[in-house]
Design a binder for this molecule. Structure first.
Ligand SMILES: Cc1ncc(COP(=O)(O)O)c(C=O)c1O
Length: 376
């Protein structure tokens, strides 16, 4: 195994103790609220992490790409929701997975896709399971819980003998616009009210709605009442990140993911350190900036302990360069060319997407490499 001193940079580091704590905390919280956890694996994209996140749980998982669906099914996860609206062009791939034995469920928020799913299921003599996506306030995708569209889609799906109307699904992405635990709890109530209303309207119309699926990490972590919901789908909770810290969804010690980078130069005439971690290694996500503008592209930390190096942030990036302004020249001695730092990212899901694997850390020792499934 390489060590933190010999690992090539940039590399993606995963603190195993923090990962396990985050997962245990979420398991306990879901158990207290009597709801199943269906972790969204769009963040981790790793079978090793999925096994930890589903241990002792009902076992279902959420995916954001059909490549993830294939990878996780091959790794033994058969109960899957593909939580991105389905289109006809993807149904052959879906069908191949179902024919291999995957219990793969789809989502839609429109009658066009619903009809296409019905036609496909009929013409291929295949049973397809579909949930209706609900907009509980994020204003991204989904029908409104009070809309006629909800019942129209429900009827189209349910009238087909080859399609199972499997339930309703929502993601309260507006929780990311909060910056206090109290505000997140209010969004969690809105999310619950909306998805339960949608489920009740379907049932009142004589339509089945066995799965009532909700969740973002902030709402899952801080919700106090999830009655009427059958499952929650947080994803980034396994790692957390600076955005989650900025909005009040986690604590600093929960931050499990970081990027190991090297100092490749000192630009003394401008006044910054140059790192070999730029836009591709960190991403250009600035989400934590809404509430912590000083963070910019990432917070610079000690490479062994992850203790923040006070006042050091990656303020600008180009493809392979990250620039860290310093106003005390002593930093050039503390961080000579060739030395290493750890960067905490804004958005763990997006940063991790640039890496094929995690370097798993126990203390400051690398004890494993876990693969990831990227792409589409
Ligand atoms: C449909 C859906 N469900 C669940 C999640 C997981 O939420 P989070 O990223 O807050 O963990 C996402 C994230 O984008 C999502 O799109």
């Amino acid at each position: 195994m390489p060590s933190l001193n010999t690992l090539p940079t940039p590399s993606l580091l995963l603190n195993k103790a923090a990962l396990e704590r985050n997962i245990t905390t979420m398991h306990q919280h879901m158990a207290q609220l009597d709801v199943a956890l269906r972790p969204h694996l769009k963040t981790a994209k790793s079978a090793a992490i999925a096994r930890l996140a589903t241990a002792g749980q009902a076992g279902g998982v959420t995916v954001s790409t059909l490549r993830e669906a294939d990878y996780f099914f091959t790794q033994g996860f058969s109960d899957l929701i593909y939580a991105v609206g389905i289109i006809p062009a993807k149904l052959d791939t879906v069908a191949a997975l179902i024919q291999r034995g995957a219990d793969l469920k789809l989502i839609t928020d429109n009658t066009t896709a619903a009809r296409a799913v019905v036609d496909y299921a009929q013409s291929h003599n295949l049973t397809l399971k579909v949930l209706i996506e609900i907009d509980s306030g994020a204003q991204r995708a989904g029908v409104l819980p009070e809309s006629e569209d909800l019942l129209d889609i429900g009827r189209i799906l349910h009238q087909s003998p080859k399609v199972d109307l499997a339930g309703v699904l929502t993601h309260a992405g507006q929780s990311y616009r909060c910056n206090t635990p109290a505000a997140i709890r209010t969004v969690a109530q809105q999310e619950r009210a909306a998805i339960v209303q949608a489920a009740e309207r379907l049932r009142a119309a004589g339509l089945p709605c066995p799965i009532v699926s909700a969740g973002s990490t902030p709402t899952a972590a801080l919700a106090e009442d999830l009655s009427g919901i059958t499952e929650m789908r947080p994803g980034v909770f396994v790692f957390y990140d600076l955005d989650q810290l900025a909005i009040g969804a986690c604590q600093r010690e929960d931050l499990a993911l970081s990027v190991l980078a090297s100092v490749i130069g000192h630009n003394r005439h401008v006044g910054h350190l140059i790192l070999d971690a730029g836009a591709l290694a960190l991403s250009k996500d600035l989400s934590a900036q809404d509430f912590r503008p000083e963070v910019a592209y990432g917070e610079v930390c000690d490479y062994l302990t992850q203790a923040p190096l006070a006042g050091l942030y990656v303020r600008s990036v180009s493809q392979e360069h990250g620039l860290v302004p310093v106003n005390d020249p002593n930093w050039y001695d503390c961080l000579p060319v060739g030395s290493k730092v750890r960067i905490l990212p804004n958005h763990a899901c997006i940063t991790a997407a640039a890496y094929d694997s995690y370097q798993v850390l126990e203390g400051s020792t690398i004890t494993a490499q876990w693969d990831r499934v990227n792409g589409w």
